[in-house]
Each structure stands twice: as C-alpha cells, then as structure tokens.
Design a protein around this ligand. Structure first.
Ligand SMILES: NC(=O)c1ccc[n+]([C@@H]2O[C@H](COP(=O)([O-])OP(=O)(O)OC[C@H]3O[C@@H](n4cnc5c(N)ncnc54)[C@H](OP(=O)(O)O)[C@@H]3O)[C@@H](O)[C@H]2O)c1
Length: 190
C-alpha cells in the first residue's frame, strides 16, 4: 500500500474531475504533468548511466521545483541515485520489476505509464517527469510544461538524448538565470 502522500494531499484523495488535460482536485490544486530536464548544446542528457556534469545551482533548482511533488523516473535513472529523492514521492517505472528492494515509504515501482496516470489524480501534487531518455519519450504526449536547463557544454560520447521534437507545440513563457549563468526556460503547451 502506498503510505506516502504528497505534501499537498493532506486531506486524502477525493474524487477528481478532468479538465484541459490536468487533474483538478477538491482543493482547487491543479495537478500538472511537468517534464524537467537539463540538456547540453546537442540535446544530450546522459553518459554511461549518469549525468555528465555537476552544477550545484541546477541541483538546488531541481530540488526546489520538485520537493513536495511526485517524481517519475525510469529504472536506470533510479539506479543512478544514491538514495530516494527526499520529500518527494519517487515513482520508478520498470517493466521487468528489477527495482532493488527498498524499505523507503516514498518509493513505489510501477510497470507502465497507464499505472502512473491512474495514480496521478490521487496525489494532489504535480507529477514531475524527471527522465531518463526512455521516460521522457514515454510521457512526451502527456507533458504539459517543460522546464529546461541549458547546459553550456557539448559532451563527448553522450549516449542518451532528448527526442529531437520534444519542444514542438510548446512556447517559452519565462526564463531565469541560475548561478554559473545557467539558463532555465519554462515552456507551456500551445
Ligand atoms: N540530464 C538530465 O536532466 C537527466 C535526467 C534524468 C536522467 N538522465 C540520464 O539519462 C540516462 C538514463 O536514461 P535511459 O533512457 O537510459 O533510462 P531510463 O529512462 O532512466 O530508464 C529506462 C528503464 O525504465 C524502464 N522503462 C522505460 N520505459 C518504460 C515503460 N514505458 N514502462 C515501464 N518501464 C519502462 C525500463 O526498466 P526495466 O529494464 O527494469 O524494465 C527501462 O530499462 C542516465 O545517463 C541518466 O543519468 C539525465
């Protein structure tokens, strides 16, 4: 049984109505499906099972954006974490069920996208799609907002990339600059 609740789900899960592709719960919290990613100049996101850069400003930004929400990740991205993401529901997608056993109450493994979408209305928080490549591709049709950090590097030998068209039908809404001159852009579906 899923014991962990998103911070905003204090009052338990009541019936939700569906509007404009978003879930609206009884407390007027509009739950969105949001992709969040850091990409290099060539759209690369990973190399050898890890993120091939380290920017603490972007990690802090990621933590602040996603805390209190649910983070959906593929089994390979899960494997790259040292521990579950704190104060977030960690939803790990795996067809093979190869997820290493964990006692953490904020981790759940699900076998497919349909199960994630079925769980979403009961969470009363945003669903952040946090990667990797396979998971971004899987949720591309459902993602309503992209939050993209541009990494000013070109990684040699990168092996995982964003889909070429992932920002098609999205328009930039606002940008901000993190430390190290990292640029973050929020894109909304048009
Ligand atoms: N730059 C960034 O912002 C960022 C963010 C996240 C990750 N990354 C990087 O991306 C790389 C990993 O990406 P990846 O594409 O190789 O792996 P991934 O997407 O993290 O995980 C792939 C695994 O997820 C499961 N899976 C995939 N699609 C599924 C579906 N539709 N239903 C159920 N399970 C599904 C499968 O697990 P099973 O094999 O167990 O069935 C599959 O092997 C790493 O280098 C990581 O560091 C970068």
């Amino acid at each position: 049984m899923l014991r962990w609740r998103c911070e905003r789900a204090r009052a338990a899960s009541k019936c939700c109505s569906k509007k404009s592709g978003s879930q609206i719960n009884d407390y007027n919290f509009m739950s969105l499906i949001i992709g969040i990613v850091a990409v290099d100049r060539n759209g690369a996101i990973g190399k050898d099972g890890a993120i091939p850069w380290h920017y603490s400003a972007d990690m802090k930004f990621f933590r602040e954006q996603t805390t209190g929400h649910a983070c959906v990740m593929g089994r390979r991205t899960w494997a790259s974490l040292k521990r579950p993401l704190k104060e977030r529901l960690n939803i790990v997608l795996s067809r093979s069920g190869a997820l290493a056993a964990t006692e953490a109450e904020n981790v759940v493994s699900l076998p497919d996208k349909r199960s994630v979408l079925a769980l979403a209305p009961y969470l009363s928080c945003h669903l952040y799609i946090i990667g990797g490549e396979q998971i971004y591709k899987t949720f591309q049709p459902e993602i309503e907002r992209w939050i993209v950090t541009q990494i000013p590097l070109s990684i040699d030998g990168a092996d995982t990339f964003m889909p070429a068209n992932y920002l098609q039908n999205f328009a930039p809404q606002r940008s901000l600059t993190l430390a190290d001159e990292l640029q973050v852009t929020f894109y909304e579906r048009t």
